[in-house]
Each structure stands twice: as C-alpha cells, then as structure tokens.
Design a protein around this ligand. Structure first.
Ligand SMILES: Cc1cc2nc3c(=O)[nH]c(=O)nc-3n(C[C@H](O)[C@H](O)[C@H](O)COP(=O)(O)OP(=O)(O)OC[C@H]3O[C@@H](n4cnc5c(N)ncnc54)[C@H](O)[C@@H]3O)c2cc1C
Length: 423
C-alpha cells in the first residue's frame, strides 16, 4: 500500500472512538508524517457505551465507584503514536480551499483531514438551568447522572431508546423508582421494528420500571432543581433526576459554509470521501453509502464508528487504492440482566420469532426477511449466535437457509438445557 508522503500533515477533528481509530490506523499503515488530533472535550478519548451501563453502577466493596474506560494514555498517544493531541479545543470552521481548520482565532493547516465529530444530544427547551436534568452523551453527563443516582434520585427518563432504557435499568438495579416517558405508541420501532420493539420494551414492566408510551412532556418543573415532569394529559411524575434521551444530531454546525455537503451528517461516498480533496468523515457524523446493504446510512453505533475511523484514515492516506467501507450494522444494549443484540436492517417484509418467547423467557431470537433474503437478526441473550447471523447476512444468505440454521440452533439449545436439567 502506498502511504502519503511523510511531509503530509493528517489532522483528525473529534478525539473519540472514530478519531482515535483513524490515528491508530494511520500509524499502523506506516504513515510517518505529523498527526494532529483535535477534541472539544477535556478528556482523553474514552469509551461511551459504559456511561449508561456499568459506569452508573454502585461502588465496589472498598467504596470505589466504576472508573471511566480511557482507550489510550496520554503517554501512549504522545510517545508511541506520536500524535499532537489538542484537547478542550473546538474546531469552529473549515476552509477547504486553503486547507485549514479554524480553532477560534487559531488555524491548523492540513493536507489530509478526517472529520469524526460524532453527534450531540437533542435537548428539551425550557429545562436549561434546572439542576438534575441531563442528556447522556459525555463522561461529564454520566458523572452528573451517577451523582444523582447515588443520592437515591427518583428517576425519570424521557425517550425509551436504548440509552434511556439502560439508565432506567441501572436506576432499578439500584432499587430506585424509574419511569420512562415515550412519545410514540411503541418504542424502538425504527431500530427493531414494531413487534420486537414492543417485546423488548416489555422488559421494563417486568423489571418494575413504569413505561408510559404515547405520552408527551408538557414541562419539566422545579425551583432551581428538578422536582417534577408534567405530561400533556396533566399527569405529574415526581422526579429528582431527569435524563433526556430523545436522540442525537450530527455535530456539523462548525462546517457551515465549508462547501462540504451536509444532509443528516456529512455526505460521503462508499469510501467515506466527502468529494472534497483530502477530506474524509467517519463515525456518527458520517452519512455514507454502505455497499453491503446498498443504501445510504448514518450509523450511531460503536462498531461502525471504530471501523469507519480506521477505513477513512487508510483511504485518505492512499486514495488511489481506496477501499469501500461496507458493513452489516451491529449494535448491542444491556438492560437489567439481558443483552440485546441486533445485526443488519430492521426494514423487513417479515419478522419471525424463531426461538424463545418474549412473554415467558429472557432469551429469544427473531429473524428479519426482505424478499427471499435474511436481512436482519435480533437476539436477546443470544450472544453465541448473533455473529453467525451477521456472517449469513454478509454472505447474502437466503431466508430458507436462515430458517434451517435457526431450527438447528433451537434444537441444540433445547438439548443443552435438557442436559443441564432445565425444562
Ligand atoms: C451513553 C452511550 C451509550 C452507548 N452505548 C452503545 C452500545 O451499547 N452499543 C453501541 O453499539 N453503541 C453505543 N453507543 C454509541 C457509540 O458510543 C457511538 O456510536 C460512538 O461513540 C461514536 O463515535 P464517534 O467517534 O463517531 O463520535 P463521538 O463518540 O460522539 O465523538 C465525537 C467527538 O468529537 C468531539 N467534537 C464534536 N464537535 C467538535 C468540534 N467542533 N471540534 C472538536 N471536537 C468536536 C466531541 O466532543 C466528541 O468527543 C453509546 C453512546 C452513548 C453516548
């Protein structure tokens, strides 16, 4: 592989998962030029998924609360990866003609640029300044939420998506009151389809979390700190902590007027190239054409962000040999004592439960059919099989083949339970 001239400077904006993977991949590919990594947060790159899961948990026996998961130490970034890391600095503009990134009054020249500025949470207007109302995107958000949980907060989550559901689940595990308010009649329809959305959401009621669907929020009220959430129908839910989990928007404001095409993120081709010389995008901010599924997508999951970061850097360094980034999307979420995993696309002609029963057990598998192909799979506590379905989708497996495989897995699982004496 030909790698860019060492006199080139690679600038990466966004010092989180995709940005870090871009840096690592550049060095792994043999790039010896200068790398500058610019990040708005003060923290070294850290892992976000634990922020709504283990990080919100209780202290261990010695009274120590869970630590954040940093991907790399400052020394590794500086000495091993030889990166000029600039934290606590936001990119404020991009000049694609002069090839400079603006950091307020300062400018940083680039030859190659990977944009990995991710996404930021949607907020509910009117609740600003009320203590106890937080989104959950950053380590600082999670610290604030955890402090309230430690105080025994009555928790209200607005939005029954994955992150909000994880927060409610953690609150319940701590024995706290938790209520989720969801505007739609069924949660998670976009992510898993209607029937499976309802099946997964039923985990809340089974675990003592109140779930109010089809409910709008009229106001979030309190005197200095949050005291209650008032719903459209006048219902009042008392709260000491409100977590707003109503989705995210790609962080592209700083790119206005740059000439990059912006439409639900940064518009890229299948190589994660923006169409502007030297400029690539990766992670939650990138809207790219996924050749595996043949559709334009913007992902909001860990695996795609990590892989895209690396792919964008490799393609930026060696555009003549650029490789399309294709994937069968994958995400997971942990609620109560179950792991939910999804691969592929939920846009299906049919969704079939092929193993287990959401009404009775904590383990089930559903497959998604588009035409005569397997297009998606959902497992709840099905860690041993989800990746097998991912490979099948990648290979374009037919529906009949998928059902046959599911039959075998079901039989094998039943046999295992019988051998263990579980009926
Ligand atoms: C609480 C939580 C739980 C999650 N759980 C899961 C899970 O269980 N499974 C799963 O698959 N995915 C999960 N995700 C999603 C996953 O973490 C994201 O998809 C991933 O972090 C995206 O990485 P990214 O680098 O593209 O963007 P981000 O992680 O959003 O990072 C972007 C970075 O760019 C910075 N930035 C923004 N604008 C600028 C600017 N102008 N200048 C400089 N820096 C800027 C931001 O401050 C941020 O640090 C979770 C996310 C959250 C928040």
């Amino acid at each position: 592989m030909a790698v860019a001239d060492p006199s080139c400077r690679l600038v990466v904006v966004g010092a989180s998962l995709a940005g870090l993977r871009a840096v690592e991949a550049a060095r792994k590919a043999g790039f010896e030029g200068e790398i500058v990594l610019i990040g708005k947060e003060d923290h070294l790159p850290y892992d976000r998924p634990p922020l709504s899961k283990a990080f919100l948990g209780v202290a261990d026996e010695s009274g120590v609360l869970p630590e954040p998961t940093y991907f790399r130490t400052e020394e590794t970034l500086r000495d091993e990866l030889d990166v000029d890391v600039r934290l606590g600095v936001a990119a404020t503009g991009l000049d694609t003609v002069g090839r400079t990134v603006h950091l307020g009054a300062e400018t940083v020249r680039y030859d190659l640029l990977v944009i990995a500025t991710g996404a930021h949470p949607r907020l509910i207007p009117g609740a600003e300044g009320l203590d106890g109302v937080y989104p959950l995107r950053t380590l600082d958000d999670s610290l604030a939420v955890r402090a309230k949980l430690e105080e025994g907060a009555r928790t209200v989550v607005i939005g029954a998506g994955f992150i909000g559901s994880e927060v409610a689940s953690t609150a319940r595990k701590r024995g706290l009151d938790a209520t989720i308010i969801e505007a739609l009649p069924t949660p998670l329809v976009r992510a898993t389809g209607r029937d499976m959305g309802a099946a997964i959401a039923s985990l809340h009621e089974k675990n003592g979390t109140a779930l109010r669907c089809g409910a709008g929020v009229a106001s979030i009220e309190g005197n200095g700190k949050v005291e209650r959430v008032v719903l459209d129908d006048g219902t009042v839910v008392e709260a000491d902590l409100v977590v707003v989990g109503i989705g995210v928007v790609p962080s592209v404001d700083w790119l206005a007027g740059s000439g990059l095409m912006l439409d639900n993120g940064i518009v890229c081709d299948e190589n994660l190239w923006t169409g502007v010389p030297g400029v690539y995008a990766a992670g939650d901010v990138a809207s790219w054409v996924n050749p595996t599924l043949g559709q334009r997508q913007r992902m909001e999951n860990w695996t795609a962000a990590a892989e895209q970061g690396a792919a964008a850097a490799r393609n930026a360094l060696d555009p003549e040999n650029a490789k399309p980034y294709g994937t069968v999307p994958y995400f997971w979420s942990d609620w109560y004592d179950v792991r939910i995993q999804f691969v592929g696309s939920p846009e299906a002609d049919e969704v079939l439960l092929v193993d287990g029963d959401p009404d009775e057990g904590k383990r089930w598998v559903a497959l998604y059919r588009r035409g005569d192909r397997l297009i998606g799979a959902l497992t709840v506590n099905g860690q041993t099989e989800i990746m097998k379905y991912r490979v099948m989708i990648m290979k374009g497996a037919g529906w009949a083949e998928a059902l046959e495989f599911a039959d075998k897995r079901r039989a094998a699982h039943a046999e295992k339970l019988a051998a263990a004496g579980v009926s």
